[in-house]
Design a protein around this ligand. Structure first.
Ligand SMILES: *[C@@H]1O[C@H](CO)[C@@H](O)[C@H](O)[C@H]1NC(C)=O
Ligand SMILES: *[C@@H]1O[C@H](CO)[C@@H](O)[C@H](O)[C@H]1NC(C)=O
Ligand SMILES: *[C@@H]1O[C@H](CO)[C@@H](O)[C@H](O)[C@H]1NC(C)=O
Ligand SMILES: *[C@@H]1O[C@H](CO)[C@@H](O)[C@H](O)[C@H]1NC(C)=O
Length: 337
């Protein structure tokens, strides 16, 4: 339901915005994951996405953030990028040092995993569009809200002593506020501009049907595969005429290696009821021309197709052999003439 709404909204924005890139659909998200095996072995890695495209990565071993797209620098100058890079390097060292300090203070046991999930949208000055969440051992414990650190709802009591310490550091709070409210939206605006062509890319899906493993005697599992589409948002449904089949099970949307997506939708039916069913696919790249594939005939099993091809080839071979043989047996016309 959420996806359908999203698709509708997307279509609406497309129709309404014309050539504009609908910004709300391209949030910038960064994920930092830090693993502390013990007090001496730690590593921190980072990833960033604009919408569904991965734009940056930062491996522990490296001093610099990797730009994964030709437009990953957005409209920032080399100097601005260098200044930010320096800031993030110090942040990474400080972060590692501080987590170890907290572990000591609170007698936390290693190994520890800390994740930071942060990001923003291109809307400057809209504080509800940015976020900074921290999770400890997979559990959300603290967020940056407005201009200070706040405990998450499910945070254990021990988080409060950490938050008290964090909130005493005025300098870091100001830096985080500045990054989230000024730098991040500016950077994202630049990315939307420089990456426009790729962000607006539309790739049509291909679809095909197959039979899944039998769910039981007299039952069929119909599988509708949809692959190679971009952007990610897609609608796939098994239909009987114009009737959507509520038994349709949608799989996860999985990434292909070429930054397109794959999805399958299955439907379990009694063997006698499969005829007249069809799989319908809607996607923004199809511009309203839905793909409709009918069950029956078209997806004859691969085995049958191979058999048919082999039979044809055998027939052809027999014909050739027969004709050659027939000609060989004829007396030479040259002799007659
Ligand atoms: C810390 O963890 C690493 C990685 O698991 C391990 O190789 C190393 O021996 C550990 N060091 C200590 C002092 O326990
Ligand atoms: C991660 O990087 C830090 C320096 O930034 C280094 O001290 C540490 O040994 C690295 N960890 C691993 C597992 O390579
Ligand atoms: C890193 O730590 C130093 C020393 O505590 C502090 O002066 C500096 O503001 C911190 N920087 C960042 C980016 O956290
Ligand atoms: C700020 O963003 C939120 C969530 O995306 C939105 O509902 C709200 O209308 C925005 N406010 C302004 C002033 O743009």
């Amino acid at each position: 339901m959420g996806r359908l709404l999203f698709l509708l909204l997307w279509a609406l924005l497309q129709a309404w915005g014309g050539a504009e890139v609908p910004q709300r659909l391209f949030p910038f998200r960064c994920l930092q994951s830090s693993w502390f095996a013990n007090s001496s072995w730690t590593r921190t890695d980072g990833l960033a996405w604009l919408g569904e495209l991965q734009t940056h990565s930062w491996r522990n071993g490296s001093d610099t953030i990797r730009f994964l797209k030709p437009w990953s620098q957005g409209t920032f100058s080399d100097r601005e990028v260098k200044t930010l890079q320096q800031l993030f390097r110090v942040y990474r060292d400080n972060f590692t040092r501080d987590v170890k300090k907290f572990a000591e203070m609170l007698h936390l046991a290693y190994p520890m995993e800390v994740q930071v999930f942060t990001g923003c949208e291109a809307d400057p000055g809209n504080a509800s569009n940015n976020f900074f969440h921290v999770a400890f051992q997979g559990r959300h414990i603290v967020s940056f809200q407005g201009s200070s650190w706040e405990p998450a709802q499910e945070a254990p009591d021990t988080a409060n002593s950490v938050i008290r310490v964090l909130n005493q550091d005025q300098g870091t709070k100001e830096t985080v506020h500045w990054l989230l409210n000024d730098i991040c939206p500016q950077f994202v605006s630049g990315l939307l501009e420089s990456g426009k062509a790729e962000l607006e890319k539309q790739v049509k899906p291909k679809a095909w049907l197959s039979r899944g493993p039998s769910p039981g005697p007299g039952r069929l599992l119909l599988v509708c595969h949809v692959s190679g589409f971009y952007p990610k948002s897609v609608w796939v449904m098994w239909m009987r005429g114009e009737q959507e089949q509520p038994g349709t099970q949608r799989g996860d949307v999985l990434p292909n290696a070429d930054e397109t997506w794959y999805l399958q939708a299955t439907l379990e039916v009694a063997a006698g009821e499969a005829a007249e069913l069809s799989c319908r696919v809607k996607h923004s790249s199809l511009e309203g021309q839905d793909i409709v594939l009918y069950w029956g005939g078209s997806q004859a099993s691969v085995g049958l197709i191979v058999l048919a091809v082999v039979a044809c080839l055998l027939l052809l071979l027999a014909l050739i052999v027969g004709v050659t043989f027939w000609f060989k047996r004829q007396p030479s016309y040259q002799g007659v003439l």
